[in-house]
Design a binder for this molecule. Structure first.
Ligand code: GLN
Length: 458
């Protein structure tokens, strides 16, 4: 299994650039597992499964750059909890995947090192910021992968690359070893080519961790226990399930092909026995500005740790008072600098009330409106992105156009809810069409229900 994936990786990687680093111990680790099997030793449920890991998630003895020059030479002395758990269950880390610097971006063009291509059309972006992890699963360079989702960075690239992406509830998965972008929104998420694969990976990494005080102590259910084989499904396997289609996500500005794929998905839910009703979230459009104020504010504080002294690259200067400035000026890319400036501005004394405080109030309103909508509906659905994958370079110099593409996903992070994205159709474009992703949003800690419903839908 490892060999076949590595062969495919070698053939496809020159066209895709999904990885920043590829492990040279994969075959050795796989052989060790073979020995264990021969010796009748126990192997874990992920034994021999090749896992890609986004490069803002720390891995021992492997580079972890966060896609940033400032960490170009950084090799963490420890594994992130999610990575540790994957390894304990027999998973093999195949390499570190490309990303927008520190997770800030929606195309993976913001990496300091390379541009990743979308496997469906290599002239297009894979989405971001976890573009490398999504492209790697889409092209079957690995079986599953880990990403991070602060405002959509798992779900939007899953949609662009035609794979399954899961953003867990805030606090379901430990952030220990994840490079902090916006700590109140960040969560590690999973990519797979099927809902079941994605659920297996979530099961491996979920749960309380004493190294992350924001992880929940709530039990991790066996996410796959409700899965039924397709052959034994009744004709209306989702009878009684209430689906709410978020009206504001099908407005003008959304690609007509995306709207019809989502409407077709809604009809498919009806065929499966669900009731589908349109619901309105009037505060929906306030999510984007609130998100960008909060995420930038938190990042301006989180990124102050990169001072050229404690981690990574240090500018060569003999003047101590230039050390911080030079290291950061050379180490950070332009998008990161812009976010730090925006965040520092929003948090500064004269503007705090007008921006940061106001954005927090909006966040509460959004959280409450989701709560209400989820009282009347079991699952809310929307597109995962307003368009399919666009061309490399198309939005590179227009950050506002890029930010606008996050409209479907950021609200879910503000509310801390889980969401599953899965392919639901195609629109014209590229050599073989471009995939469209359906987003299913559930109640807090409702990952099991999302996976069950997603598996039947799929
Ligand atoms: N595109 C969004 C941003 O740039 C989301 C990023 C993410 O989820 N890491 O902030």
């Amino acid at each position: 299994l490892a060999e076949s994936y590595l062969t495919r990786l070698r053939l496809t990687e020159p066209h895709l650039n999904s990885f920043l680093h590829i492990s040279d111990t994969v075959l050795r680790e796989a052989q060790e597992l073979d020995q264990k099997i021969k010796g009748n030793e126990e192997i874990g449920p992920l034994a021999g499964v090749l896992v890609g890991v986004k490069d803002n998630i720390c891995t021992k003895d492997m580079p972890s750059t966060g896609g940033s020059r400032i960490l170009e030479s950084y090799r963490p002395p420890f594994d992130a909890t999610a990575v540790k758990r994957v390894k304990q269950l027999g998973g093999i880390v195949v390499g570190k995947t490309n990303l927008d610097e520190f997770g800030m971006g929606s195309t993976t063009e913001g990496s300091a090192f390379k541009v990743t291509a979308n496997p469906w059309d290599i002239s297009r972006v894979p989405g971001g910021s976890s573009g490398g992890s999504a492209a790697a699963v889409s092209a079957r360079q690995c079986v599953v992968s880990l990403g991070s989702d602060t405002g959509g960075s798992v779900r939007q690239p899953a949609s662009f690359c035609g794979v399954v992406g899961l953003k867990p509830t805030y606090g379901r998965v430990s952030r220990y070893g994840l490079m902090a972008y916006a700590s109140s929104l960040d969560v590690i998420g999973c990519f797979g080519s099927t809902v079941a694969d994605t659920g297996i990976l979530l099961h491996a990494i979920a749960g309380h961790d004493r190294f992350d005080a924001t992880t929940s102590k709530q039990d991790v259910p066996n996410y796959l226990s409700h899965f039924v084989p397709a052959s034994s499904l009744e004709t209306k396997p989702l009878k009684g399930l209430r689906i709410g289609l978020i009206r504001e996500t099908l407005d003008e500005g959304v690609d007509p092909g995306v709207i019809s794929a989502i409407r077709a998905a809604a009809s498919h839910f009806e065929e499966l026995g669900c009731s589908v009703n349109e619901v309105s979230l009037p505060s929906f459009s306030f999510g984007l500005p609130a998100y960008y104020i909060l995420a930038s504010s938190e990042s301006s504080s989180n990124l102050s740790r990169y001072d050229g002294v404690r981690y990574g690259n240090q500018a060569s200067t003999d003047r101590l008072n230039y050390l911080y400035g030079d290291s950061r000026a050379k180490g950070f890319g332009s998008e990161v600098k812009m976010r730090i400036l925006m965040g520092t501005y929003a948090l500064s004394a004269g503007y705090y009330d007008a921006y940061y405080k106001r954005a927090q109030q909006v966040r509460t309103i959004i959280r409450n409106s989701f709560k209400e909508a989820l009282n009347e509906n079991d699952i809310l659905i929307s597109p995962a992105a307003p368009s399919p994958a666009y061309k490399i370079g198309e939005k590179k110099h227009d950050p506002l156009a890029m930010y606008a593409g996050d409209i479907m996903t950021v609200n879910v992070n503000l509310a801390g809810l889980p969401a599953l994205v899965l392919p639901c159709g195609f629109v014209e474009g590229g050599p073989a069409g471009l995939p469209v992703g359906l987003q299913m949003i559930g109640a807090a800690f409702g990952e099991g229900e999302l996976l069950r419903v997603g598996h039947i839908f799929e």
